[in-house]
Design a binder for this molecule. Sequence first.
Ligand SMILES: Cc1cc2nc3c(=O)[nH]c(=O)nc-3n(C[C@H](O)[C@H](O)[C@H](O)COP(=O)(O)OP(=O)(O)OC[C@H]3O[C@@H](n4cnc5c(N)ncnc54)[C@H](O)[C@@H]3O)c2cc1C
Length: 564
Amino acid sequence: MEKKEYDAVILGGGLAGLMAANIVAAAGFSVAVVSKVFPTRSHSAAAEGGIAAYMMGNSDPNDDPDFMSYDEVKGGDYLVDQDAAELLSKKSGEIVSLLDAWGAPFNRQPDGRIALRYFGGQTYPRTRFIADKTGMALLHTLFEHSTGFKNIEYYNEYYVLDIVKEGNNVNGLVAMEMKTLNPIYLKSRALLIASGGIGMMYKHTTNSYINTGDGQGIALRSGVALKDPEFVQFHPTGLYPSDILISEAARAEGAILKNNKGERFMAKYAPHKFDLAPRDIVSRSMTIEIREGRGFEGGYLGLDLRHLGKKYIMERLALAYDAAKNFSGVDASEEMIPVRPAQHYFMGGIDVDTTGTNHDLNGIFSAGESACVSVHGANRLGSNSLLETVVYGRETGNTMVEFLKTHKNVETNSNVEPIIDAAYAYIKRETGEHFGVLTEELRDIMWDNVGIFRDNDKLAEAVSKIKDLRVRAKSMYVTDKTSNYNTELFNALETRNMLDVAYTMATAALNRKETRGAHFRDDFPERDDKNWMKHTITYLAGDEVKISYKPVTYTRWKPEVRVY
Ligand SMILES: Cc1cc2nc3c(=O)[nH]c(=O)nc-3n(C[C@H](O)[C@H](O)[C@H](O)COP(=O)(O)OP(=O)(O)OC[C@H]3O[C@@H](n4cnc5c(N)ncnc54)[C@H](O)[C@@H]3O)c2cc1C
């Protein structure tokens, strides 16, 4: 098997991975970036609405980084580690200026300063944007910057199978070239997992096909913990029926949610913030409206942009207009856009501290959506994820540089063959379970039982059903036996990861007997600070999920009732 050696290997070519790659390479260390798609096709490219930042001299005069942190802490229903939120806010303006200097074409105000708008849960407007293509533009900016480093090598369209360990030390990873199925061992002292989200395990999601929780699954299999995996965000405005995202930018620009009576129903649920309340609150309110018969036939509500006028819509929300036109046949300047909530973001993730370090293995780091720092707590505010990818991508890159300065190579004869054999077994097996059947069942279970409204019976059923799916997955096989772009094989490998991650998510959700942020329990509808103001830490050991807890870090904000 081919073997290459680098100082650092980065799993993921999205915003978090590329930011860290730029930092580690700038310090002179060799870096391999591995991605199952070409880096600029990473899911960060789908981010539309913007990136939050307090910028001195270019924010509301009453705003400051403390207000920003407070909004994050309250938005996350007090499960946020407050030191992490403070770091995020403090560095937000400076990192947006850096991206601006690196060539990101931010929208401007008439006087030339970077433009800003409100997003959900913000006391003052802070979201900076590049039309409604912010993620795409930032990803190209970081990728272009990285091409200036000769010490970064890209492994594009390589699928990472598993981590290589030597005792308690990370020793790189094994990947497979997707075009040929040839395996490669990329040995390294430091490994960053920046593999993005998990959306494909839900029947309704705004995420693309590549978001299958691979990094989280790989981490769990290596004995690394996931923190707070019960917290999943459902975005209020997935386009009906495709679930393509209609960005929060639409409501930020003045679009209004309406029921079948033409009522602005959010006035009832969030009398101060209306449609721009945090996403957990809006998604729940929409689900109640639909359940109580005030939705439209098929199960959706209306997003009304008509009063904005076609010219303004095309200037500010062209992507939303095009999506509605092309995928629902609706002209948003004349009709309401049909929308319903859909899975959008994973607040849980690989357990790391504010330096991006995980403490289960030496040399393992995580950043971006695959990580849980935790800056989002029980509910993420819109436009804070892009910010997290670049702020914590950079923090983690700096941590890796310090780690590499002091940690020598682990001498090893690591046996990587079992990792390859486990993947090839799907091809060798002639009959068994097909990934398509298992994935469809999983997506139904997660949507129906681990969704917006949860309770003991639904969650216990989910745990038991996923446990059964994991047993059936042991006999997974693929019908395609060729080695030329065998996508069926990669789908099977993704299913393995989704099942492992979903199992910890459902178990942690069953375990948390309270309502907090996006985790709403019909049977425990109140937040319970006395018993549950703590992070869930989950390890996967065979068919058991081991749960322990970590305290939430407080700096200054005491929990209060969360009203908007
Ligand atoms: C439609 C949509 C719109 C959004 N809009 C916004 C917004 O406006 N503002 C905001 O703040 N947030 C937004 N978000 C959230 C935000 O875009 C993401 O959380 C963030 O971009 C994730 O970046 P990342 O670098 O962590 O991961 P990603 O950009 O998802 O990158 C993951 C990388 O990992 C690689 N990878 C994964 N598994 C493997 C494997 N097994 N082998 C090899 N490579 C692998 C992928 O190829 C990819 O390169 C949006 C999300 C969605 C779905």
